[in-house]
Design a protein around this ligand. Structure first.
Ligand SMILES: Cc1ncc(C[n+]2csc(CCOP(=O)(O)OP(=O)(O)O)c2C)c(N)n1
Ligand SMILES: [Mg+2]
Length: 971
């Protein structure tokens, strides 16, 4: 006797009700009277339950009533608890009833079981190649429904409605229907798709799985192709295993089906309009994918195993072979060309995910920005990492956002059911490692890696789904790891039983070859010949690598990157970044205007009026004008600008106002997107509340759009801490490790204003610690003109380096930080700004060196004291260190007796540690050694005090210390 539980007739079984509803529309008599009553709204008590007013649904008008399911769903979920209750009562009553009613009741139960298979069958699927039982899931009530159990032997013999499970048969024996459902949903493929909100998507997938029993129907040549792919996969691994014993390679062994899956994705993708694929993957199987999918010649890989002939060439740089990226063009069997890029990857698992998305988005924008189908991002995860790394959730959350959409990502999890030595039970709280992807309302397939045809079938579905619905899709390739975490690691220490089973488990290529021999498709001899051919292929490459080592360095200057430069800054010309007044002023005027009929908020109106006054030369240009003009002038000359960050459209501190909102209508106007024909594209987006995911995305974007000015802004600078991995592993190190250039700009609000430990510091010290070999530019501009020239320089110079900008908060509105129009119309970014005292420079005995906003405090204090022995100089650029300018500054004051480094930050933070070796030991014009002293806050464990008054006291003391003679004791 079935016992439909409460959970079963809940809001989640919309599809079951949809099915009934569809049947009722076609033939009202085919459903139980209680449902008929419900659907037709003819219940005597109360108002109709379905539809609203005149638009009530009518039966008998055929399928395709597009709003049917939604209407039915509303009725059940709409808070009218009475709707489902009578139906449930009917479903369980099988007493003395007429035959037709009994049949209808049976059909209702069949429909429930059918629904249970579709919804929960995956929990029973045989997806583990090691054949271990699925974890106990008795607590999941629906699961009992996905079986024969709810039916008596007599009922199993009855003929029922097949509910479209078959392409061509409406009525079948229940027993047969159930076994077909078992094969479809509980075989080597488990699929989570019934939770998709959109019934069109469920109904797209359903027949593709049910009409085929979720199996591939491959031609002999397709089967041969699969076998070939598997054979090359494991021959490659076996070859390295014997030739480079004990070397780490993170083999794909146990998960070889990945290779035919990727082959399938490319083959089908090519047919469905994919022109480029951007792949992100970690260590596992990477070498195999490089050679067997991207066609990296194996002799190059073997040369990497052999190492450089001259080790000195790579001192302090380069990366391990299983992190190297690569790109190539492959041609599918029907002649479609696909460009594939495998992203360079740090060891930090999963962090490449947002980078891949950013790269894909950049490629899509460069193509036309509309049809995202041409560029497909593919991310290959590990099971332990997918479940546990937060960056995955951050990146998945970008998937549908207008600023980040990449038209859907294909995810494959190499689920070898282990993470290093950790079992799944200790690695996640969810049943599947893919649970996090459920948030996206996408299908998730779980497939047994020992059934390569099932793997290929699923990959076909996934690829087609992505191309059709522009949605993410996940394939969980359940497999095993033949060796330890790496090949030198003994797994039996920790997983003795699992590894005992694995030792006796043949490779999938062998299993598949046997199947094909049994089917008479590929003979054992042919399979063996394939293997010999693969061996020869790798042996030739191996010999080749020995004879002529092919260790090739990645080049930074190919394709899109032609014309751009990395390396040392020396020899790179400093561009003129001023813009003639006749071009500048109209842009400023444009920024001050709104379209006709647009009503700005009163306060916004005032801001715009001020911009107008700036354009007329009545008042100096503030920070907002300087920054916006940098974008406007670059856009005008055709440069693409992309700016994202938390609340960036307005600006956290309200200074930017890049997106204006009509106070009456809410309509939006973006002045920088209205610069007329020929202007570059301006993208500005408020980002979700993510640092790692979003910064990683922008880094990726910058890799594939060198012509653009790409900026990521932090809300407060220290929130960039959340993206530390992206900064350390990608931004500052990519050129050193992988020869990859990026011009990404980070805007990080920084400055001590009494806002507390977490809103003061962008951790300038960290960027300076990581600065070496001209890998990055670290700047702290103090005026609107300076930020204007700096941002323009970043886009105009062919030298592509990440730029870290300490941006202001209080300076945004500080008068001294404004600059007259003339400061924008010529000149360039000044790395050092000199502020000598009024009067004779020969009198100067002390030079206060500083960076950032503290300069204004020093200037004010000096003016107040009238001390003309003190000179002040601001380093507007800290790295690359402005050596020549500092030397000139010191030489400028012949009577100099000491140097003082002044900073707002505590002694263990800010630039102090960085400048010591660069300033200590300097001599005056007369050759006297200049003492260097420090004036700033004491060393501290947290960046700042939380008390405004304490802050003010500290600030006064440090300024006093800087200006007073002798050793400062006020710090
Ligand atoms: C963020 C991060 N933490 C830890 C590690 C060290 N580590 C490298 S691989 C690995 C296990 C990964 O397991 P899984 O994701 O299942 O991939 P598999 O190696 O099994 O293919 C660990 C812990 C790392 N590389 N990155
Ligand atoms: Mg794993």
């Amino acid at each position: 006797m079935p016992n439909p539980t409460d959970t079963f007739l809940s809001g989640s079984n919309i599809d079951f009700i949809e099915g009934l509803y569809a049947r009722w529309l076609e033939d009202p008599s085919s459903v139980d009277p209680s449902w008929r009553e419900l659907f037709s709204g003819t219940r005597t008590e109360g108002r109709p339950l379905l539809g609203s007013g005149d638009g009530r649904a009518q039966p008998g008008n055929g399928r395709g009533a597009g709003n049917g399911p939604a209407v039915a769903a509303r009725a059940v979920n709409g808070g009218n608890g009475a709707a489902a209750a009578p139906a449930r009562a009917q479903l369980v009553s099988v007493g003395d009833v007429p035959a037709s009613l009994a049949a209808m009741q049976l059909q209702s139960r069949v429909d429930q079981t059918l629904y249970a298979f579709r919804l929960r069958g995956h929990l029973l699927a045989q997806i583990d190649p090691l054949g271990r039982p699925r974890p106990q899931m008795n607590h999941i009530a629906d699961l009992a429904m996905a079986s024969d159990a709810p039916f008596s032997p007599e009922e199993l013999e009855q003929v029922v409605d097949s509910s479209e499970v078959y392409a061509d048969r409406k009525r079948v024996k229940l027993r047969e229907l159930l076994s077909r459902l078992r094969r479809t949903y509980c075989g080597h493929i488990g699929v989570e798709y019934m939770t998709l909100y959109d019934s069109a998507r469920r109904r797209w997938l359903m027949p593709r799985m049910e009409h085929t029993e979720n199996r591939l129907d491959p031609s002999p040549s397709e089967q041969r192709r699969i076998l070939e792919s598997l054979t090359y996969a494991d021959t490659f691994e076996a070859f390295i295993h014997t030739k480079y014993q004990g070397a780490k390679r993170f083999s794909v062994d146990g998960g070889e089906s990945l290779l035919p899956m990727l082959d399938t994705m490319l083959e089908l993708g090519g047919e469905l309009g994919v022109e480029e694929v951007v792949i992100g993957m970690a260590h596992r199987g990477r070498l195999n994918v490089l050679t067997n999918v991207l066609g990296k010649s194996p002799d190059q890989i073997f040369s990497e195993f052999n190492g450089p002939v001259d080790p000195r060439k790579f001192m302090g740089r380069g990366d391990v072979k299983y992190h190297m990226g690569f790109s190539s063009d492959v041609t599918t069997s029907t002649g479609k060309r696909i460009h594939i890029s495998l992203a360079f990857n740090p060891s930090h698992l999963e962090f490449v995910h947002p980078v891949v998305e950013g790269r894909a988005r950049a490629k899509q924008q460069a193509l036309d920005g509309q049809d995202r189908r041409k560029v497909l991002p593919l991310v290959i995860h590990g099971d332990a990492a997918m479940a546990a790394q937060g960056v995955v959730a951050e990146t998945l959350n970008l998937s549908r956002l207008r600023g980040y959409d990449t038209g859907g990502t294909v995810h494959i999890v190499i689920n070898n059911q282990i993470g290093y030595t950790t079992d799944p039970e200790d690695a996640r709280s969810s049943i599947y490692s893919t649970a996090v992807a459920q948030m996206l309302d996408i299908p998730i397939f779980h497939v047994n890696g020992d059934d390569p045809e099932a793997c290929v079938h699923v990959m076909r579905l996934a690829t087609e789904y992505r191309q059709r619905f522009q949605s993410d899709v996940v394939v969980d390739l359940v497999c095993f790891r033949r060796y330890g975490h790496n090949e030198g690691d003994e797994p039996s220490y920790t997983q003795p039983l699992m590894y005992e089973a694995i030792r006796h488990h043949p490779p999938v290529s062998e299993l598949y070859a046997k199947t094909l021999a049994e089917q008479g498709r590929v003979s054992a001899q042919d399979a063996e010949a394939l293997r010999e051919e693969a061996k020869r292929h790798f042996l030739e490459a191996y010999n080749q690598a020995k004879e002529t080592p092919a260790l090739r360095e990645p080049s930074a200057h190919e394709g899109l990157w032609k014309g751009y430069r990395g390396g040392p800054e020396e020899g790179i010309a400093e561009p003129e970044t001023g813009v003639p007044e006749k071009s500048l002023v109209p842009l400023l005027e444009h920024l001050a205007l709104v379209p006709q009929g647009f009503t700005p908020l009163r306060q916004l109106g005032k801001i715009l009026e001020r911009r107008g006054a700036m354009a007329r030369g009545e008042i100096p240009l503030d920070w907002s004008a300087g920054e916006n003009l940098a974008y406007a002038t670059l856009l005008r000359s055709g440069t693409h600008v992309r700016l994202t960050g938390q609340d960036t459209e307005r600006g956290t501190f309200g200074h930017r106002n890049a997106v204006l909102h009509d106070a009456k209508t809410g309509a939006v106007y973006v002045p920088l997107q209205a610069l007329g024909a020929g202007a570059g594209r301006f993208e500005v987006y408020n980002s979700p509340l993510s640092e790692t995911g979003c910064m990683g995305f922008e880094f990726g974007y910058s890799l594939d759009y060198p012509d653009a000015l790409v900026l990521w802004e932090a809300q407060f600078g220290d929130f960039a801490n959340g993206a530390q991995v992206i900064i350390d592993q990608f931004i500052v190190a990519a050129e050193d490790k992988w020869r990859r250039l990026s011009g990404l700009t980070l805007l990080l609000p920084h400055g001590y204003e009494g806002a507390g430990p977490e809103h003061s510091s962008a951790r300038l010290e960290r960027f300076l610690t990581m600065a070496a070999e001209d890998n990055v530019q670290v700047c702290y501009p103090t005026s609107s003109a300076q930020v204007f020239h700096l941002l323009r320089r970043q886009a105009i110079r062919p030298w592509r380096k990440p730029l870290v900008v300490m941006t202001p908060k209080s300076l945004l509105r500080r008068e001294e930080a404004s600059a007259p129009l003339g400061a924008f119309t010529s000149g360039s970014f000044r790395r050092l700004i000199s502020d000598p005292p009024a009067g004779d420079t020969a009198k100067v005995t002390r030079l206060l060196l500083c960076t950032g906003k503290v300069a204004y405090d020093l200037l004010a204090a000096r003016a107040k004291s009238g001390d003309d022995t003190i000179a002040i100089a601001r380093l507007e650029q800290l790295y690359p260190f402005p050596e020549a300018q500092v030397a000139a500054e010191i030489a400028r004051y012949p009577g100099l007796q000491e140097l003082v480094w002044v900073q707002e930050e505590p002694e263990n933070m800010g630039a102090w540690s960085f400048v010591i070796p660069r300033l200590a030991g300097r001599t005056s014009a007369e050759g006297r050694k200049l003492p260097l002293r420090y004036a700033g806050r004491e060393a501290s464990a947290s960046p700042a005090t939380g008390f405004q008054k304490t802050h003010e006291l500290e600030q006064t003391l440090l300024i006093d210390a800087a200006l007073s003679r002798g050793q400062p004791d006020g710090r």
